[in-house]
Design a protein around this ligand. Structure first.
Ligand code: GLN
Length: 307
């Protein structure tokens, strides 16, 4: 299979695509990003890397950070996490509050904002926010084998200034006892996690452990294989919010999107893939990122459902 040629075709199609979606405006610093960009990076199980388009350009990973926060939180408290956050698709927008009251302050899954705020609370235990954020960034650097990964402080500040919806979610959950720390401390940790900046190449590298059943490609284990499978299951069922079913239908890979326009997709045993294009569709997922993965799945046959 000629992966370089497949990537070249995809990049060409995405460069000319008429409908690129619209960049997220509710976080002011994301509203300034040029929507004409598109990048893709693929790391295969044998360690080869293929890139195309703007694969080296850093972008705000936003909700893709929820995959890394979840991995860290499971490492800290294991299955006790599931008493504080559910494992069902929400069928609602990423920042929705509607289910929280009926479900007594327990978010539907770790990949909607409310769920990831719980992850931030778990990862904060025993730490100051600065230390918890430092631990997450170190963890992502280790996963990606890249010490150049850092937080974009401008994005973090922009989120703090405009994050009233997330504040509402956190305070509401605090009233039910789901959060153990002060909401402002938890939110500071959450906003910074969303503001990690990575390129497609770095993101595809960071996803390698999920492609490899939990093993780090440079030796040792990040998580047991059962945990890697479970994280991938949640990515498939909940990774694209209210459009998770559509993404599974079109692409057939576990994937996690972010409002920065990135998507991390994983084909177990085969590939870790990152795509990025800042324009979003109505569900808050990258318009061209989803289309590019659909094309890639068609051209390669990569899908968790392929025989
Ligand atoms: N930081 C964003 C928010 O809290 C993350 C949302 C996303 O990427 N879907 O709203």
């Amino acid at each position: 299979m000629d992966i370089s040629a497949i990537i070249a075709n995809i990049v060409e199609e995405m460069r000319a695509a008429p409908d690129r979606g619209t960049v997220a405006r509710y976080i002011p610093s994301l509203a300034e990003i040029d929507p004409a960009q598109f990048g893709i990076a693929i790391v295969t199980a044998d360690g080869e890397t293929f890139t195309g388009g703007d694969a080296e350009t850093g972008f705000s990973i936003q909700s893709i950070s929820k995959v890394f926060s979840l991995t860290l939180a499971l490492g800290k408290i294991g299955d006790r996490l599931w008493s504080r956050v559910g494992r069902e698709p929400s069928g609602n927008a990423f920042n929705s509050i509607v289910q929280l009251e009926a479900e007594k302050g327990i978010p539907r899954n770790p990949f909607i904002n409310a769920g990831a705020i719980v992850l931030a609370d778990v990862n904060l235990a025993g730490y100051r926010p600065r230390e918890a954020i430092g631990e997450l960034v170190q963890f992502v650097r280790y996963l990606a084998s890249d010490d150049g990964i850092a937080i974009d402080e401008t994005v973090a500040r922009s989120e703090e200034e405009t994050g009233e919806r997330n504040r509402a979610l956190a305070h509401f959950m605090k009233s039910y006892g789901t959060l153990h720390h002060a909401p402002e401390m938890v939110l500071g940790t959450y906003f910074h996690a969303c503001s990690i900046e990575m390129s497609c190449r770095q993101l595809a590298q960071a996803g390698r452990f999920l492609m490899l059943g939990g093993r780090h490609p440079e030796g040792g284990r990040v998580v047991p294989d059962r945990r890697a499978r479970r994280i991938l299951s949640l990515m498939l069922t909940c990774g694209h919010y209210d459009a998770s079913g559509d993404f599974a239908f079109r692409v057939g890979m576990p994937g996690k999107s972010g409002v920065g326009g990135g998507i991390l997709a994983v084909v177990p045993g085969k590939a870790s893939i990152a795509v990025w294009s800042p324009g979003l569709n109505a569900s808050g997922n990258s318009q061209l990122g989803g289309l590019a993965l659909e094309r890639l799945a068609e051209a390669t046959g990569w899908s968790v459902f392929s025989a």
